[in-house]
Design a protein around this ligand. Structure first.
Ligand SMILES: Cc1cc2nc3c(=O)[nH]c(=O)nc-3n(C[C@H](O)[C@H](O)[C@H](O)COP(=O)(O)OP(=O)(O)OC[C@H]3O[C@@H](n4cnc5c(N)ncnc54)[C@H](O)[C@@H]3O)c2cc1C
Length: 433
């Protein structure tokens, strides 16, 4: 039996709550309720519950785990981010309440000391806390303000946080020292962390990935390249709209790209990539036919309703390279009645126009933002409610699949909602995590 994605999500939340229960039930209540004992009790609970949330956060940020549990990988990543932003606060409460309860000042949380065994045990927690603050500030506060790579490298301190926090609990917690059941549970959590780490390491080492030879890496225009890859050994089973991760070699950076098309044998795939930064620039400049790239996947669930025939008659809205998840749908045999709003800066920056015109005829509506008034048969400016109304008779009677720059997706989504389209009729794919 195949569990629905919704059921998987509910199960995830249920297991998360269940995993906190041993602490909620077995952490001893204070013998006397006063300010100090109450804060100590709450700090203890906050620490234990925070560890469960940290473990889930770590697991849901691990593709090797997510791919086993879910089909839509954007959901675990969303929960990973929410836990990072809000769940981390539970852990923050732990040292702050301890400080209050001990009557210490705030420096106690940050300044490590290894004078006694107990102080050393506390210091594992202090280090874990300091790394967590770095993670939280860079991800929850500064993510939009710092570049992708500095943020990503800072994110690696996540590997240190859990071992430090687990060590801290093991050596410093009187609850664990006096309750064998909770101590056993703590060991089990440590084992779980090790298992996730092993899965992650195996994945990084290439287990489950495929080696593809480059057949073609040619320019579609100034910015966009067509990459064709072939493999002898493995057959990929890719559904329309799914994506794969590409890597130049093991241990190097991995980047996601939608599969434009796959041949019937499952051994040749094509990808269209826009050159935006160092990875794509290097891909364009250095990769030539005969080279080998590592392919991981396929992943993704964006156009699932289409594949399952569940969506209302779809309207496709693409901005620039956001056309890639739709190409297989739109150029298949049954595509002639589809409508595509395809927004680009100019005709020169538009890829696959001819192919799409052939497949869709009048169903292809080009919109050019920097070519106002010049193109016959095309629209100029941006996608607006008026433009949608011009081509779609009953906008509320359709589902909408949108992929493009984030700002464009947000604006079009707002427009559609204002036109009475329900949120559940709108499906979007972001080209960045
Ligand atoms: C599901 C999905 C499908 C995609 N499909 C395509 C496609 O078909 N064609 C295409 O041209 N682009 C696609 N992208 C975007 C592509 O992954 C990025 O443009 C590319 O990774 C940029 O790397 P860079 O080093 O060249 O540029 P950078 O300047 O480093 O990155 C530009 C932006 O891309 C995103 N990004 C960078 N690295 C990663 C990463 N490892 N994982 C996730 N996001 C990252 C970040 O938001 C970053 O700000 C897709 C992205 C996603 C998430």
């Amino acid at each position: 039996m195949r569990l629905s994605e919704q059921l998987r999500h509910k199960l995830t939340y249920s297991v998360m709550i269940l995993m906190t229960l041993p602490f909620v039930v077995f952490v001893a209540l204070p013998s006397q309720w006063n300010a100090s004992s109450t804060t100590l009790y709450i700090s203890s609970l906050a620490g234990f519950v925070g560890v469960i949330l940290l473990i889930w956060q770590f697991a849901l940020g691990t593709r090797a785990v997510n791919a086993l549990l879910y089909r839509d990988l954007s959901w675990p990543l969303k929960v990973h981010k929410i836990l990072g932003k809000w769940g981390t606060l539970a852990i923050f409460f732990h040292p702050l309440l301890v400080v209050y309860s001990y009557g210490e000042d705030l420096l106690y949380v940050f300044v490590p000391s290894f004078k006694t065994d107990f102080e050393a045990a506390v210091s594992w927690g202090r280090l874990g806390f300091a790394f967590l603050v770095v993670l939280w500030v860079s991800s929850a506060l500064l993510r939009g303000k710092i570049k992708f790579r500095p943020w990503k490298y800072l994110h690696y301190v996540a590997y240190l946080v859990l071992p430090l926090v687990l060590l801290h609990g093991f050596y410093a917690s009187t609850t664990l020292a006096t309750n064998n059941f909770l101590l056993g549970y703590w060991y089990a959590l440590a084992l779980l962390f090790v298992c996730i780490l092993v899965m992650r390491s195996l994945h990084i080492a290439g287990i489950g990935k495929h080696r593809f030879s480059v057949v073609e890496n040619s320019a579609l225009n100034d910015e966009v390249q067509l990459l064709r890859l072939r493999t002898k050994a493995s057959k990929l089973r890719v559904q329309k709209g799914q994506y794969v991760y590409l890597q130049n070699r093991l241990l190097s950076e991995e980047h996601p790209f939608t599969v434009l098309a796959i041949d019937k044998s499952g051994t040749e795939i094509s990808i269209a990539y826009k050159v935006v930064g160092s990875f794509t620039a290097k891909l364009r400049a250095t990769v030539v036919p005969g080279d080998v790239l590592i392919v991981d996947g396929p992943y993704g669930f964006f156009t699932r309703e289409l594949d399952a025939g569940l969506a209302l008659k779809p309207i496709f809205i693409a901005g620039g390279i956001g056309i890639t998840p739709f190409m297989a749908h739109l150029t298949s045999d049954s595509a002639s009645e589809n409508i595509l709003f395809y927004a680009n800066r100019t005709p020169q920056s538009t890829v696959f126009n001819q192919q799409l015109r052939q497949a869709l005829g009048k169903g292809l509506i080009n919109i050019y933002s920097q070519d106002v008034g010049k193109q016959i048969g095309a629209e100029s400016g941006y996608i607006t409610p008026a433009l949608i109304n011009k081509y779609v008779q009953k906008p509320q009677a359709h589902s909408y699949f949108i992929c493009g720059p984030e700002q464009m997706m947000a604006m079009v989504t707002e427009d559609l909602l204002s036109m009475g389209v329900l949120r559940q009729q709108i499906f979007t794919e972001k080209f960045g995590f």
